[in-house]
Design a protein around this ligand. Structure first.
Ligand code: NAD
Length: 483
């Protein structure tokens, strides 16, 4: 380690004799860089250090002493190859025969190393693992850890539980495997650029701020950005509260700015006025969110309206109105924020608020049911597309919950007095049921945390979903009730 650290010092002095450097290191390179940063070899020479999949040896030792048993066990299983690499003769045979190369490249998905390099690399393991190491040495160098979520060799827990030893730490768990610098060089470069610019005097970007909050380890949602459309009322407002209470920065968006502002005030978040059905307005909104709050971690496409009445009475304008909000609103949200999440490369989650109406046909509700069914299928397809990028998609399917949706619904095919009577009796029914909005919101948080594809809410929604799969004929018969 001392010789490797001295080598690194020589390189730093050569490339940047006058000014400290921004150091980016991966795997053994990172373990070696940690040593150089914390044991004097690079004192005063490092402006920032970004570490990927290569913890300090002292951090590893402390991890095996202090981490939760589950985390330790997972890491021990991931480190199986280390025992092999430290054995005499066998690993050389393994590399020369091509066996280890085949196994490792299958697990990590990268080309095999050259045999000579691999054989020489064994000395790293023999010299530097297993001997006595001291306690972790504190550093005041600004550090950023990029922990690949699916690293089969170095688990995120091992890399990230180092807050006690680093004064100025940022942690990002990034979708990807051990060879993240190969898989997502753009993401790695952006993260390093952000930290380097900040250390050199630029403002802290929202995503750096979030990484600093995450490093403190005070709950999963602290510092995360959650966008909620239709956040001025009902389900949207309750969802905003649930994430806000957990420390997330809530971006409350609504057609009605005043109600969005109330939600933002209550949650300590930001308010935006936007019509989700307007593609250009949504594009401007998404750009503003990225600039002012940062690329979101969670997007809840919730804004929606209802149109009630028979198909024969539902005019083209009625169809356009509901399709524009309930379907296009969700499409715009998925397109614009989905693109941001993909490019950002740090994962995320999209929740599309559909309804139990998505799988429950109802005579007299064709327009609403159609939009919700479309949202459900859109969510399923998108989920399949985004799975490889660490972005989850959930379709939320509540049944009846007490909100303003019925009061503001368009009732077609009836005069105004019948419409108000219909609204009154529907509201009375929903109020009698009185399913708590806070429970809907908790369901959303849980669905995101567990990456659930389809989340029915309320027992009725669960029953309807089961019936739609087991005995759709029964639901078809029930759909005709009241006709
Ligand atoms: N309440 C229920 O029983 C129920 C059941 C299943 C699904 N849902 C769905 O939940 C979602 C939220 O509805 P809710 O019940 O909370 O109703 P709500 O009327 O209380 O809230 C809807 C919010 O969306 C906003 N909004 C409407 N059109 C918008 C637009 N074009 N752009 C931006 N914001 C707009 C409204 O201003 C309002 O603040 C909807 O998608 C709805 O279909 C509701």
């Amino acid at each position: 380690m001392e010789r490797l650290a001295a080598d690194l010092r020589a390189v730093v002095d050569e490339v940047s004799p006058g000014t400290p450097v921004h150091l980016l290191a991966h795997d053994w390179g990172s373990t070696q860089a940690w040593h150089a940063v914390t044991h004097g070899a690079l004192d005063g020479r490092v402006a920032s250090f970004t570490s990927i999949s290569g913890p300090a040896r002292e951090h590893v030792a402390a991890f095996y002493r202090r981490a939760r048993r589950r985390d330790r066990l997972r890491q021990a299983l991931a480190s199986w190859y280390m025992l092999l690499f430290r054995a005499p003769v066998l690993p050389e045979l393994g590399w020369r025969s091509g066996l280890i190369g085949a196994v490792m490249s299958r697990r990590a998905g990268v080309p095999r190393p050259r045999t000579a390099d691999a054989v020489r690399g064994l000395e790293l393991y023999r010299e530097n693992i297993g001997g006595p190491v001291g306690a972790p040495v504190r550093t005041d160098v600004p550090v950023q850890v990029l922990a690949p979520a699916d690293d089969p060799f170095v688990t995120p827990a091992l890399q990230t539980q180092i807050a006690p030893y680093v004064d100025d730490l940022r942690v990002r768990t990034v979708p990807g495997g051990h060879w993240l610098p190969r898989e997502r060089p753009d993401v790695v470069a952006r993260c390093v650029r952000e930290l380097a610019a900040h250390v050199d005097g630029a403002a802290e970007t929202p995503s750096l701020r979030r990484a600093r909050a995450v490093a403190k380890g005070v709950g999963r949602w602290v510092g995360r950005v959650v966008v909620v459309t239709g956040a001025g009322s009902g389900i949207g407002r309750a969802v905003a509260h649930a994430f806000g209470r957990r420390g997330a920065l809530v971006v409350a968006a609504d057609l009605n700015l005043a109600t969005a502002q109330e939600t933002a005030f209550e949650t300590g978040g930001l308010a935006y006025e936007v019509d989700v059905s307007d593609g250009a307005a949504m594009a401007a909104f998404a750009d503003r969110v990225a600039a002012e709050a940062g690329v979101p971690d969670v997007v809840v496409n919730n804004a929606g309206i209802a149109v009630s009445g028979p198909f024969a009475d539902t005019g083209v304008e009625d169809w356009e109105a509901i399709l524009d909000v309930n379907l296009w609103g969700v499409i715009h949200g998925c397109r614009l924020f989905g693109a941001q999440l993909r490019e950002h490369g740090e994962g995320g989650h999209i929740v599309n608020v559909a309804s139990a109406a998505a799988f429950t046909p109802v005579a007299g509700l064709p327009a609403y049911c159609t939009t919700k069914s479309a949202v459900l299928m859109l969510s399923e397809c998108l989920r399949a597309e985004l799975a490889g990028q660490g972005i989850g998609v959930t379709a939320l399917c509540p049944a009846f919950v007490p909100t303003d949706i019925v009061s503001s619904a368009r009732m077609v095919g009836v005069d105004e007095s019948t419409a108000s009577e219909q609204r009154r009796s529907a509201n009375a029914l929903i109020l009698r049921r009185n399913y708590p909005l806070s429970k809907v919101a908790e369901r959303v948080v849980r669905a995101v945390e567990r990456d659930v594809a389809l989340a029915p809410v309320t027992p009725e929604a669960h029953v309807a979903l089961a019936l739609s799969r087991l005995t759709p004929g029964l639901l078809r018969a029930a759909a005709r009730i009241g006709q």
